[in-house]
Design a protein around this ligand. Structure first.
Ligand SMILES: [Fe+2]
Ligand SMILES: [Fe+2]
Length: 306
């Protein structure tokens, strides 16, 4: 391909995707687009598998056999999501071994909320209810992704995530209808998770400068997602008798937006680059299980695995 024909093909491609056109894995795509979609999906896959770790700590401590079963099923779903997403990323040209090595060596990231500790059973409820709620808003914004295989995969993932929210809500409602101590545990968990939840969708990035929106990878800007999260969940949280730990949180009727205390973006940056309170411990656990299960990969793949 000559330089000018490559340029015009690239221009046509971006025009097509920014107007709602779809791309299949076997279609030609510019390297920039391939890199961006791959980076996006890889971080999503990393987050699904790392997100299983804080909840996994509660399987043995879940209060009843039914809670254990529901939590185990949710965790299996999350690991399944990572499996689907790593497959998509592999199709875009990066090997799974390389993706795991990059995750373990801190060269790629996973979502901020999975770098924090869990202290009580209420954390399992708040994670499944509110962390999954924040996640599903981002994930719904991918249902019309220009990279068609990702959009199709999100349809399955979103369905399962919406069930996780019900499981988390049920834990929280049950505890709020329990003893004073249980209500305190939920309030304490909400106090600890509110900051990370407000950071979850990332700093405000204007629509016009967001490459992922311009290329049709995602449909909504960070601040739009945070506003929707607040509109949907502030009333639901308050309805249960919980207090949101932000004295500046209020809905401005005139402007039609939620005002809130500015999230600590330095904390977000530090946490996602591996300096969160549980970042290294969780990566250590992932490293250990990756090494322990090397024999399975060797058996399945029929070749030596590093
Ligand atoms: Fe998930
Ligand atoms: Fe989930």
């Amino acid at each position: 391909m000559t330089v000018s024909s490559l340029e015009s093909r690239t221009r046509e491609f971006f025009e097509r995707v920014s107007n709602g056109g779809k791309v299949e894995m076997t279609d030609w795509m510019p390297d920039d687009y391939r890199r961006e979609v791959l980076k996006f999906i890889e971080m999503h896959a990393n987050s699904e598998i790392m997100g299983a770790l804080p909840e996994r700590e509660w399987i043995n401590r879940a209060p009843t056999i039914h809670r254990k079963l529901a939590l185990t099923a949710k965790i299996q779903d999350e690991v399944g999501h990572s499996q689907l997403l790593y497959r998509l990323a592999e199709d875009l040209g990066k090997s799974r071994e390389q993706m795991f090595t990059d995750l373990l060596d801190g060269r790629t990231k996973f979502h901020n909320v999975f770098h924090y500790p869990t202290y009580t059973w209420a954390d399992a409820g708040i994670i499944a209810w509110l962390v999954d709620a924040a996640a599903i808003l981002s994930q719904k914004a991918l249902l019309d992704c220009s990279y068609a295989p990702y959009a199709r995969t999100m349809a399955k993932i979103c369905w399962e995530e919406s069930f996780h929210i019900k499981h988390g809500y049920d834990i929280v409602v049950t505890m709020m209808n329990g003893t004073d101590r249980q209500r305190e545990m939920v309030q304490d968990a909400l106090n600890r998770w509110w900051g990370p939840l407000m950071q979850f969708h990332g700093p405000r990035t204007p629509r016009e400068t967001d490459k992922d929106i311009a290329w049709g990878i995602k449909a909504r800007a960070n601040e739009e997602l945070r506003q929707e999260f607040l509109s949907l969940y502030v009333p639901r949280i308050r309805e249960l008798g919980l207090t949101i730990p932000d004295p500046n949180l209020r809905y401005d009727e005139e402007r039609g937006v939620w005002e809130y205390t500015e999230p600590d973006w330095n904390e977000l940056r530090s946490v996602v680059t591996g300096h969160g309170p549980r970042s290294q411990e969780r990566l250590g656990f992932r490293r250990m299980s990756y090494e322990q299960e090397a024999w399975v990969r060797r058996a399945v793949m029929g070749r030596p695995v590093v």
